[in-house]
Design a protein around this ligand. Sequence first.
Ligand SMILES: [Zn+2]
Length: 335
Amino acid sequence: MMFCPTCNTECKNIEIITKEEVYPVRGDKIPVSAKVALCALCKTEVFDEELDEENLLTAYDEYRRRKGIVTIEDIVTLRARYGLSQRALSRLLGWSEATIYRYETGALPSEAHNYILKRLADPVEAKRLLEKARGRLTLREVKNLEQRISFMTREELPQQLTQILKESVDRSSLGIERGFCEFDPEKLIEMMIFFAEKLNGVFKTKLMKLLWYADFFCFKTSARSISGACYINLPFGPVPDNWQLLLGLGETAGAIVMQPVAGSDWEGEEIAASRLFRRELFTLPELEAMEKVAAYFKNWSAKQISELSHREEGYQKTGRGDIISYEYGLNFSLA
Ligand SMILES: [Zn+2]
């Protein structure tokens, strides 16, 4: 029961209204649409501990949003991803179990703790912490965590990157600039493995051209590209849009490795396959186009294939930075 100071008695009935209030959180003034109880009889505000607690949590949430502080859900999700109990997480971090419990019931993490919790989302950081906390965890906890981390660093991380990449490019159009295919970064990376494997390592500049020739040649023979990648006219030749991101993605996914190589008067980057090519991702016309391009350019230097690509109509007739339409594939010198 709440006490009404105006009626000077216990309130029999209350009303709950929403009112804009400002709550102080760690010295900041946080505006909150607060739930406030009124005495139904005289409309005086009466203090309700439960509502006040709820408003404070709302203020905390707003404060978290403004300051980039982890939410309760963030911590629970983090534990679920690593398969950790509250106890195991507290031991991994070297904190008391009560601390994790308080954070998961709404207490605001300190700045230092927030920083650590945010970094823990990265499995590489989890691995680093595990090395230090090994003695504090049970054998089963260590084994379980090791498995999760290994899974996340090998599989999940590239998946997330693929997702980012998929969302970063305009996929709304399946037009001629993509060769009537939806862009599939996974397939493009697999094509990199194919050429790196076939040619026993390939220079970065040469690889970019091989991808272009393969996608455009497949378009010429089957009216569809292989990867759906957009190719851009750059000073050093045609390249898939986001090519640097794609190479990085390929490396993170454990598909390719990039190694700097140097001769007496030149230097470049060679790309090698780090795993076997997965044939099953491709259709027969796609494989034929790739085989043809690989066989044709096998012994060409990066410079030679670059010069040829610069003479192609698709490169000649588009401006710097422009998308090269797959239409030009129909007039490719390669037949
Ligand atoms: Zn009253």
